[in-house]
Design a protein around this ligand. Structure first.
Ligand code: ZN
Length: 150
């Protein structure tokens, strides 16, 4: 590209998405094949990236966080990336909780001591409610995306 072409490409790259091309840039693109190819490829790449990958990339993924750290050295101080508990761990903990409650009910029925069964059942009920509240609170974005709550 000529020096003039670099100036036009800087003007093109400074435009916002879907912003109308200035007349001077449009005229240059009509007569310059290299710049026209660059703009065409750039537009195709931008469309491909925005449509195909936008839904796949999570904003708190390690790749995005790494890029943001490189762009802005103060990114780590913002505290935007928070550690998330994987869904597998939530399922394992919930299953263990349900199994413990079921085992307790079996043993409590065998002993048939209502003195301990009622308070411990209330304790288990409170634990399950607390587990559900923390699970929903920690995965709020999942539920919002899944059911499209706005
Ligand atoms: Zn050019």
């Amino acid at each position: 590209m000529k020096k003039d072409c670099a100036c036009y490409m800087d003007r093109f790259l400074a435009l916002d998405r879907n912003e109308r091309l200035p007349l001077g840039l449009t005229v240059h693109l009509l007569f310059c094949g290299k710049c026209r190819n660059f703009v065409r490829r750039f537009t195709l790449l931008e469309r491909r990236c925005s449509k195909e990958n936008l839904s796949r990339i999570s904003c708190d993924s390690d790749d995005v966080a790494g890029i943001m750290r490189r762009l802005d050295s103060a990114y780590g101080q913002y505290g935007l990336k928070h550690e998330r508990v994987p869904m597998r761990h939530w399922v394992i903990a919930g299953a263990a909780l349900v199994i413990c409650v079921a085992l307790f009910e079996i043993f409590a029925a065998a002993v048939s001591s209502a003195l301990f069964a009622v308070p411990l059942s209330l304790c288990f009920a409170f634990t399950i409610i607390l587990y559900c509240a923390v699970f929903v609170g920690a995965n709020m974005d999942f539920f919002i995306k899944k059911w499209k709550i706005q």
